[in-house]
Design a protein around this ligand. Structure first.
Ligand code: MSP
Length: 483
């Protein structure tokens, strides 16, 4: 097994405070990063902000601020919100960092020297909200197909990246590495579009100046996506980080799949840099069945998300409710229901009952017998590990909770409150240890509380070790029911 593991989130536009969509990708990356840390791998988990381009420049203007001052004011809000959500990232990159700018210029120079960049004139459409180019036939009634807003028509001198040259190489990549575009359901749409043909990509503009200058023509500012995608690589050019490239997985939302599976590998091929192993695109959340959008007032920010039922319940809900690759509908009631019925009634109740009885009667070590007669725990752990590594978080949580159900049934069937069996309580505490360690990537705060209560370490290796017998105290209520 490879000891190193490098995972990234998209870098977010700091044009406002973070919302649930951005939190979703970031929590997902945190879950995967924690999982690999749990298994003893050396993990590099990168997140950050995408700070250049017209969209940010415009947002800053609206607030009457200089772009740098504008993003400097918003970046701490991202860092703070990630902290509130218990996101344990290793590095936060900003595209305005000096090192990043240097690497972008080096790569541009390399691609230019190779003959993959040429000067021409761009004539076409550009949506500032998407920071993306469109052709006449992409538009819907003259508007951006995503934002439904009026779209800029451009005609200006521009440098182009020879994307078309990489069509065959990209198709070969998708064939040779079927996991490169994940989940499988997303591969076809990209492959078909690439087969249809690729236009060369306009990678510079002269009509604004908030961005990185082209090293071979400083009248031109680099296209924000060319700049942004390189963050994944530039973050690994720092001391001690080189070994992490290529990335094991870029987690992204489905809306930015094209940039990550077409532009990005083509740029790297041209610059002769190794390719990331995988790009995984998750689905989108709607809110009460409507698209989450600022203009229509349906946005949930991080504070609102946490206020519903706490951090762990939010983290749990987002990954239990819908399969990670698919779209989901966010409803406050559904979150509260899962908080009450699963976290409080199943996990909370189990920990509360077992710790209360253990405080009263104590624990006595036995070889794991009764529960194991019904359920092969190694098998459960193997199955859950595989599900997490395949990003099937909903199924993994489902299996962990099926195991918790088994433990609750054991309390019921053996009537432990009557027998006060120290051996049975030991078995139950051991079961709690297994479930808690597996749950840690999802609900770290609660898992750490339970671990402290029963005196075990959160480490994958602990799953197989016998629990140390200690004096257990009745636990506090882990999940207060919400009426
Ligand atoms: N800056 C670019 C990414 C550059 S990566 C080199 C960007 N930023 S973003 O802030 O607009 O969005 C980032 C992420 O949030 C995307 O992965 C996107 O899919 C995700 N989401 C935004 N709204 C979402 C939902 N409503 N639901 C789920 N995820 C969504 O794009």
């Amino acid at each position: 097994m490879n000891k190193k593991f490098y995972i990234t989130t998209p870098i977010y536009y700091p044009n406002d405070i973070p919302h649930i969509g951005q939190a979703y990708t970031t929590i997902a990356a945190d879950i995967v990063a924690r999982w690999h840390k749990l298994k003893g791998r050396e993990v590099f988990f990168l997140t950050g902000t995408d700070e250049h381009g017209k969209k940010i420049e415009n947002a800053a203007k609206k607030k009457g601020k200089e772009p740098k001052k504008f993003v400097d004011d918003l970046v701490p809000k991202f860092k703070n919100d990630w902290k509130k959500l218990n996101i344990d990232y290793d590095e936060f990159i900003r595209t305005t960092d000096a090192n990043h700018k240097k690497i972008v210029q080096e790569v541009l120079k390399k691609v230019y020297d190779k003959g993959d960049i040429y000067k021409g004139t761009y004539e076409g459409y550009y949506c500032i909200s998407c920071e993306a180019y469109y052709t006449e036939k992409d538009l819907v009634n003259g508007c951006c197909p995503i934002h439904k807003t009026k779209i800029e028509k451009l005609k200006e001198e521009s440098y182009f990246f020879k994307l078309s040259k990489y069509q065959k190489k990209l198709l070969d990549l998708y064939k040779k590495n079927p996991d490169f575009i994940s989940p499988k359901s997303r591969r076809k749409e990209v492959i078909n579009r690439v087969k249809d043909g690729l236009n060369d990509l306009s990678i510079s503009r002269t009509s604004f100046d908030w961005g990185i200058k082209l090293p071979f023509d400083d009248r031109h500012i680099c296209y924000v996506w060319f700049d942004a995608l390189l963050n994944y690589y530039s973050a690994t050019r720092e001391k001690g980080k080189q070994k992490f490239w290529p990335a094991d997985v870029h987690l992204i939302g489905k809306d930015i799949l094209w940039f990550h599976t077409v532009y990005w590998p083509a740029m790297l091929m041209s610059a002769e840099i190794d390719l990331p192993k995988r790009v995984f695109a998750h689905g989108w959340w709607t809110f009460d069945k409507e698209k989450i959008s600022k203009s229509r007032g349906k946005v949930i920010n991080v504070d609102e998300l946490i206020a519903i039922a706490g951090v762990d319940s939010a983290r749990y809900f987002l990954f239990r409710e819908t399969p990670f690759g698919q779209d989901g509908d966010f409803s406050e009631q559904a979150l509260i229901d899962r908080h009450n019925n699963e976290l409080a009634d199943k996990l909370g109740n189990l920990v509360s009952r077992v710790s209360t009885l253990a405080e009263k009667y104590g624990l006595r070590e036995v070889n794991f017998k009764k529960i194991e007669a019904d359920i092969d725990i190694s098998n459960v752990v193997r199955n859950i590990s595989e599900l997490i590594e395949r990003f099937e978080f909903d199924k993994a949580l489902n299996s962990i909770f099926a195991f918790i159900d088994t433990l609750n049934q054991f309390v019921q069937e053996e009537k432990i409150w009557k027998t006060g069996s120290k051996e049975d309580l030991f078995e139950l505490a051991t079961g709690i240890k297994v479930a808690t360690i597996l749950l840690w990537p999802f609900i770290p705060e609660t898992s750490e509380k339970i671990a402290k209560q029963f005196g075990f370490k959160i480490d994958f290796k602990e799953i197989k070790k016998p629990l140390k017998v200690m004096k257990v105290k009745k636990s506090e209520i882990l999940f207060k029911k919400i009426k």
